[in-house]
Structures are given as structure tokens and as C-alpha cells.
Design a protein around this ligand. Structure first.
Ligand SMILES: [Fe+2]
Ligand SMILES: [Fe+2]
Length: 258
């Protein structure tokens, strides 16, 4: 049995973008059981931009699950943005999860926005000024919430959804100097603390698509500028030991793992 997951991040919607994704989204139920959005749905996190997201991604015929990104926080209107999205039937995760009954089994999705901090040997540490401790504490709390959410889901296939990156692999192409602002190793540790099958993130527009956590979990950067498609589709089957990747035409990139 296979669960088909469509995913995209960093669509950065405003009025000028509305309609651009919709033709591909209308075909989505033929290709996938669920759509996961990896944050940065808007440009500045305004309520009016959120309404554009609701117009574009609402009423798709498959469940839509999202985390927010840093851009969605810019105007300090997170409660209003979340309400607009939820009113459109979009599930917004932050430190929690959801289990969806798909034809191929129960899909568990745990999500957090995440935060920066950097990666092994090149990371911020919980030391010194209160501001630096607060920075690192924000990441730690987010990673802890992701770990708890992942471990709390009872499902057949488990997916982690973040905006910030859990590994440096998928940042390749970004300037090294900004890696600490693009993700944190702590998110990777959280993903490895549970039997996660796949980790999806966005945020790194100039990054690359594929990576792996230290524990061997496949990571995919689905930022729209990276995948250059309306969405990618991932097929998760019973046997996840052998990855077989095949491309298909149409609106998304299909990656079959069986
Ligand atoms: Fe973005
Ligand atoms: Fe971002």
C-alpha cells in the first residue's frame, strides 16, 4: 500500500500570484492523497495575503496541512492568518500533529515552523548574553515540540513538516554564512527521535532538494524556487529501505519509494 504526499513550500502568495498554482492544484487529487505546505505561504504575513492563500489552496478535494514560515510572522498577525487558513479548511500545525486516513494507510504529520541555530560544529550555543540564550532556547523548544508531536502520533507512516531545515544537505547552494539562519541540527535530532519516514521543509530558496538526517531519514527541501513545480509528489510504501525515484510529467515531480 502506498500513501501519496504532495508538498510545496514558499509559495509567498499575494494578489498577483493568485491563480498561478490553481490549474495544477485542481489536478492534485488524481496524483496525491494530501497536500503539505512547508510555510512562507505569504510575503509579509498579513490577513489579506492569508485570504489569497485560502483562495488558492482551499477546497482542493484532499486534506491540506501546513506550518507557517518566518514571512508569515512578519506583520505580527499570526492569529488572524491562522484563522483565515483554518476557516478555509487548512490544518495549521505548530508543535502538534494530525493523523489522516488515506487509502494506503494512516498518515501522521507532525509540524513546527522551527528556527535557526546552525549545524554540527558551526552552531549557536546556549551561552553568554540573554539574547543569544533566547535565540538558542527558541530552537530547542521548537525541536522538543516536534519530537513530542512525532512520538505522540499513532499511524502507519510518519512525516515531519517544518519550515526551517533540519540538515545542511538541503542548503547546498545557499551562502555558508547564512546557514545558521536557515535551520538547526536540533530539528534533525527531533526527526531522528521517532520512526519518521520523510522530513519536508522549505525556507532555503537557493538550496537543493535532497538530504538525509544523521539517523538516515530522507529530507526534502520543497521550497517552490527549488522544486520549480506547483508541488512534488512522494510515494511512501511499506518498504522504505530502498529508494526508487522516478520523474513524471504533469504538474508535479513524482518520487516513488517502494
Ligand atoms: Fe520563503
Ligand atoms: Fe522562510
Amino acid at each position: 500500500m502506498v500513501i501519496r504526499i504532495a508538498a510545496v513550500g514558499d509559495v509567498h502568495l499575494d494578489e498577483d500570484v493568485v491563480g498561478r498554482f490553481r490549474p495544477a492544484l485542481d489536478e492534485l487529487p488524481e496524483h496525491a492523497d494530501v497536500l503539505l505546505l512547508a510555510g512562507d505561504l505569504t510575503r509579509h504575513g498579513t490577513e489579506s495575503e492569508a485570504r489569497c492563500v485560502a483562495t488558492e489552496f482551499g477546497g482542493l478535494g484532499v486534506p491540506v496541512v501546513t506550518v507557517l514560515g518566518n514571512h508569515d510572522h512578519q506583520c505580527d498577525q499570526v492569529p488572524q492568518v491562522v484563522k483565515v487558513l483554518e476557516d478555509a479548511g487548512i490544518t495549521v500545525l505548530e508543535g502538534n500533529g494530525v493523523v489522516l486516513d488515506c487509502a494506503g494507510g494512516r498518515l501522521g504529520v507532525a509540524g513546527v515552523k522551527g528556527f535557526g541555530g546552525g549545524f554540527a560544529g558551526r552552531c549557536a550555543s546556549d551561552f553568554g548574553e540573554p539574547e543569544m540564550k533566547a535565540f538558542v532556547r527558541t530552537t530547542t523548544q521548537s525541536a522538543d515540540a516536534l519530537s513530542a508531536a512525532l512520538r505522540g502520533l499513532e499511524c502507519d507512516v510518519l512525516v515531519a513538516l517544518t519550515h526551517y531545515a533540519p540538515v545542511p544537505d538541503t542548503l547546498a547552494g545557499e551562502p555558508l554564512e547564512i546557514y545558521p539562519f536557515l535551520g538547526s541540527y536540533q530539528l534533525g535530532q527531533a526527526i531522528d527521535s521517532a520512526p519518521t519516514a520523510l522530513a519536508l521543509h522549505g525556507h532555503a530558496h537557493a538550496g537543493s532538494e535532497r538530504g538525509t538526517t544523521p539517523g538516515g531519514v530522507r529530507v526534502r527541501n520543497v521550497a517552490h524556487p527549488v522544486i520549480k513545480q506547483a508541488y512534488s509528489v512522494f510515494h511512501l510504501g511499506d518498504n522504505l529501505d530502498h529508494a526508487q525515484v522516478s520523474g513524471v510529467g504533469g504538474s508535479g515531480i513524482q518520487q516513488s519509494w517502494s
